[in-house]
Design a protein around this ligand. Structure first.
Ligand code: GDP
Length: 422
């Protein structure tokens, strides 16, 4: 396997740039650049030179022999002056060394996974941690990356193995006799199944990644765009007294009280939209209404979609009809906006994963669901042979959760989410 290197810190220019090297030729690379191999795990300064003897940088270098490293391989770190040209010169020098090449996105983490340093659930959590933008996302990703979910799956797996052993012991007795006589009442599969079902009921990780979707809807000129701007605290949508100004869906992710939201401003819903573009906007608006976690309805109460929050917008205007509404707001004066935000945060907290608790991604949800269904099928089974097979299927699902059985495609998709240098 080739030795990989990459800039692992942020884009230069920066105070310091960290270049990481991992693989069998890491020692060779360090010796060639720094002239010697430092004491393991001790930061030392060294002048880095290329193969012609040209000074490249005076840097802090670290020699980290495997297998007790992040990737499990021999590693080296070069802490350079963070200028663009410094980094480029060192990278050029590294490319001239035998067996070295630039790392692909996520390749360091992929090697850590392949060498058993982290399992798949932890790697998935790590990808989310790096992508986290809000406090709620960070805490949930940390729970995954820190192995909380992996330990839970290990526990499930162990309980499953015990159950399998019990069922298989029953198999021996049932061998020649009537299989129906096996005493299945002693296999206590229900608690594990109930626990899995509980996890399946939890809000999903994607909801946290994408944010709680709040769609503003209503007829043209209801004040949707103005309210949208007030909520996202930026001039993101065009407002105008002309009906049909918002022709497409404008979306903006924002964090309120550390909770991620995605606000969407839609085209005014009217059936007589004069041109094609606006009609397309109305169609998209209807699609968004279906995908929304919460709809703020700024139109007439009689037309309020089921489950939507009736909002009396522009409440500062005296010419506006008084309607019964969950919130009375004025985007202009700010009246009622704080109450609306508080209500939205409370609703989002209900719908999003609990901060600090691991939440399942779509892949994990599918696998836990596979396991739960396998256990559910054992309920009325009398034949230990069939029960044992279902338990085996559940175990396969748990193994996949931890990445004990994986496919290249799946790994490509996961590690492709990381940046280069991670
Ligand atoms: P949309 O078509 O539903 O997106 O409506 P807009 O946000 O473009 O608003 C339509 C008109 O109502 C604009 O002229 C806004 O300035 C005005 N408007 C919006 N919100 C308020 C409000 O809270 N108070 C007052 N007085 N006027 C508003």
């Amino acid at each position: 396997m080739s030795t990989i290197f990459a800039l692992s810190s942020g884009a230069p220019p920066a105070a310091i740039a960290v270049v990481r090297i991992s693989g069998a030729n890491a020692a060779l690379a360090l010796r060639q650049l720094a002239g010697r191999l430092p004491v393991p795990r001790r930061a030392v300064t060294a002048t880095l030179r290329d193969d012609t003897g040209l000074d490249l940088d005076r840097a802090l270098v670290l020699w980290l022999p495997g297998p007790h490293t992040a990737t499990g391989e021999d590693c080296a770190e070069l802490h350079l002056h963070g200028g663009r040209a410094v980094v480029a010169a060192v990278e050029r020098a590294l490319l001239t060394i035998a067996g070295l090449r630039r790392a692909e996105p996520g390749e360091f983490t992929r090697r850590a996974f392949l060498n058993g340093k982290i399992d798949l659930a932890e790697a998935e959590g790590l990808a989310d941690l790096l992508a986290a933008e809000t406090e709620a996302q960070r805490r949930s990703a940390q729970a995954m990356a820190g192995g909380a979910f992996s330990r839970r799956v290990e526990d499930w797996r162990l309980r499953l193995l015990t159950l399998s052993a019990e069922v298989e012991a029953g198999l021996d007795f049932a061998d020649d006799d009537d299989v129906a006589s096996a005493d299945c009442s002693t296999w206590n599969i229900t608690p594990l199944r109930d626990e899995l079902a509980g996890w399946l009921m939890r809000p999903r990780a994607e909801a946290l990644r994408e944010g709680y979707r709040v769609v503003l809807a209503g007829p043209p000129n209801a004040g949707k765009s103005t309210l949208f701007n007030a909520l996202v605290e930026a001039e993101a949508a065009i407002t105008s007294p002309l009906a049909g100004t918002t022709r497409d869906v404008v979306s903006r992710p924002v964090a309120i009280a550390g909770v991620p939201f995605l606000f969407l401003d839609t085209a005014g819903l009217r059936d007589d939209a004069p041109d094609l573009v606006e009609r397309a906007g109305v169609t998209r608006a209807r699609t968004e209404l279906e995908r929304a976690d919460c709809v703020l309805w700024l139109g007439a109460p009689a037309e309020c979609p089921v489950g939507a929050w009736q909002i009396a917008a522009q409440c500062d205007r005296h010419d506006h009809a008084r309607v019964t509404a969950r919130h009375r707001v004025s985007a202009l004066t700010g009246e009622g906006l704080d109450d609306l935000r508080t209500d939205l945060v409370a609703a989002a907290r209900q719908a999003l994963p609990v901060p600090g608790e691991a939440a399942l991604s779509e892949r994990q949800h599918r696998l836990v669901s596979d396991a739960e269904r396998a256990l559910a099928r054992t309920v009325d089974m009398r034949d230990p042979l069939l029960v044992a097979e279902e338990l085996r299927l559940a175990r396969v699902a748990f193994d996949s959760l931890l990445g004990r059985t994986t496919t290249e495609d799946m790994l490509d998709a996961l590690f492709g989410r990381f940046c280069i240098g991670k």
